[in-house]
Design a protein around this ligand. Structure first.
Ligand code: KIV
Length: 323
């Protein structure tokens, strides 16, 4: 068996379509060709499968899961082990999209060798194809790339810096800070980052950086001029229980859908309307006729014999005697 596939990426059958596997070099090629990169977060098997089958190019197992899945106030609390657990679930679902795992707060902020060791775990133990790190950590990016670990950078509003920023505030609002951001983006690109997320910055800054940078940019709250866009899945489908930020567009209302389904189910259970006879398993005839179909079996309480329908028992005895 050959371990090497020299084709540009094997096409995979997805929901009737045949689309090539997305790789890190494929993102750069998309930028060259001016093809927008679609990206979304996913944190579990079911949503990752939907997102992949819908043809999204990049799936980020974002540390935003700390908030939208685990209910924390910010992203700081999520651990490497929790991120690995969710990345494995996503990995099992995804065939085509590039799977990127977010390195959580604290997992790459100490010695570079610790950051590399933690990143290795995401590829080795969870099947991620790249990791994402926040901030202009140029030395770490270089070390990761040397260790054959593809890296997505993340600049601008970096949620792991919430305390330093004093909240989730739009960044790069002055000429000096835009120039600094641009310098950071170039430094990450030169160190080998394969793509850079630009979050929460003015459209003009994101557009200028995107136009100048050879590396693809993926925007969130950064306007339409980036090479791609990413949103948090739960924002897209209204599952966050909070007002949407300005940059979020809600494409569906899963909250309303789930709420009404769950309420309807509860009502049906309370009114004995679920499950129906058709949704029940049955004994084969003629044994089925032996048992009462009184739904609450109230006669049977403390009297197991009462479950058996006496008329049917009589009928069956006659059938047996006549046979
Ligand atoms: O954790 C996250 O979801 C992110 C985004 C870029 C959306 O970092």
């Amino acid at each position: 068996m050959s371990l090497t596939d020299f084709s540009a990426g094997a096409p995979l059958a997805q929901g009737g379509h045949s689309l090539p596997k997305v790789t890190m070099p494929a993102l750069a090629e998309m930028k060259r060709q001016g093809k927008p990169i679609s990206a979304l977060t996913a944190y579990d098997y079911a949503t990752a499968r939907l997102v992949d089958e819908a043809g999204i190019d990049l799936i980020l197992v974002g540390d935003s899961l700390a908030m939208v899945v685990l209910g924390h106030e910010n992203t700081l609390a999520v651990t490497v082990d929790e991120m690995l657990h969710h990345t494995r679930a996503v990995r099992r679902a995804v065939h085509r999209a590039l799977v990127v795992a977010d390195m959580p707060f604290g997992s790459y902020h100490g010695p570079i060798s610790d950051g590399v060791a933690n990143a290795v775990r995401f590829l080795k133990e969870a099947g991620a194809e790249a990791v994402k790190i926040e901030g202009p950590r140029v030395e770490l990016v270089r070390a990761l790339v040397e260790a054959e670990i593809p890296v997505v950078g993340h600049l601008g509003l970096t949620p792991q810096s919430v305390h330093r920023m004093g909240g989730y505030r739009v960044q790069a609002r002055s000429i000096d800070t835009v120039l600094q951001l641009q310098a950071d983006a170039f430094a990450l690109a030169a160190a080998g980052a394969g793509a850079i997320v630009l979050e929460g910055i003015p459209r003009e800054a994101a557009g200028a950086i995107t136009a100048a940078l050879p590396t693809p940019t993926i925007g969130i709250g950064a306007g339409p001029d980036c090479d791609g866009q990413i949103l948090v899945f739960h924002d897209l489908v209204n599952l966050t229980f909070a007002p949407a930020a300005k940059f979020v567009r809600r494409y569906g209302d899963a909250s309303a859908l789930f709420r009404s389904a769950v309420e309807h189910y509860r009502e049906d259970v309370e009114h004995h309307a679920f499950p129906s006879d058709a949704e029940s398993y049955h004994l084969p005839e003629p044994a089925r006729r032996l048992f009462s179909i009184d739904p609450d079996f109230s006669d049977a309480r403390d009297n197991p014999d009462a479950v058996v329908n006496p008329d049917a028992r009589e009928e069956m005895n006659e059938e047996i005697n006549q046979a």
